[in-house]
Unconditional design. Structure first.
Length: 208
């Protein structure tokens, strides 16, 4: 058993709850995995990078701007669109013709956010298609999705939530029962929500 895309390490949690032996390692790992996914659900995003590129498709009502899922890095990013509504993304936009936002991957003093939208230069030669004769999405983005690294407040929130999950191991539902009520569990802890609220996504993916 191992932690998968967790936001704190097993050793960090054991130090946090003052455990030095390995008797409860499996339960602690479960607690971290559960807490990490609770945080994902509460924030509407994931705080790890996929590690490889994959393609996603989007729509927009703005000819110069499209909102996307979190992009961890500009490396390997490819932007295309379907210019004749046939389901083929035949037009590739050069990296010199668009910019990733937020600028400097920073918003309201919070840095290390990655990128959440793409903006074409208004004096360039491209516009995103905003109309369609069918329901096909007309923008394709290939990127390494996710966050470049786990922000410190998210790591701390994961430690706190993991310790709470671990404490539930002897309840009737146990740690596995946390998933159904994960967002509620996060909201009930004001200290955790204060750390996570600046990282919540409030937009609608794929629309601008």
């Amino acid at each position: 058993m191992s932690i998968t895309n967790g936001y704190c390490a097993l050793s960090e949690l054991k130090a946090f709850v003052n455990i030095s032996d390995s008797n409860d390692d499996n339960e602690l790992i479960d607690a971290v995995n559960s807490a990490s996914r609770q945080i994902d659900n509460y924030c509407g995003r994931k705080f790890y990078a996929d590690g490889s590129t994959s393609a996603k498709v989007y729509r927009t009502r703005n000819p110069y701007h499209v909102t996307v899922d979190d992009i961890s890095t500009s490396t390997g990013l490819v932007l295309k669109y379907d210019d004749n509504d046939d389901g083929v993304y035949e037009t590739t936009v050069a990296s010199t013709d668009f910019i990733l936002l937020p600028l400097n991957a920073e918003t309201f003093g919070i840095d290390g956010l990655g990128f959440t939208s793409i903006e074409l230069f208004t004096d360039g030669s491209h516009e995103f298609p905003t109309t369609s004769s069918n329901n096909r999405p007309r923008i394709q983005v290939t990127a390494n999705w996710g966050f470049p690294s786990v922000p410190d407040p998210v790591r701390q929130a994961c430690l706190m939530l993991s310790s709470e999950n671990f404490a539930m191991r002897n309840t009737p539902l146990g740690i596995a029962g946390v998933g159904e009520f994960g967002v509620l569990a996060v909201r009930q802890n004001r200290q955790i929500t204060r750390m996570l609220d600046p990282y919540r996504r409030g937009d609608s993916f794929g629309l601008a």
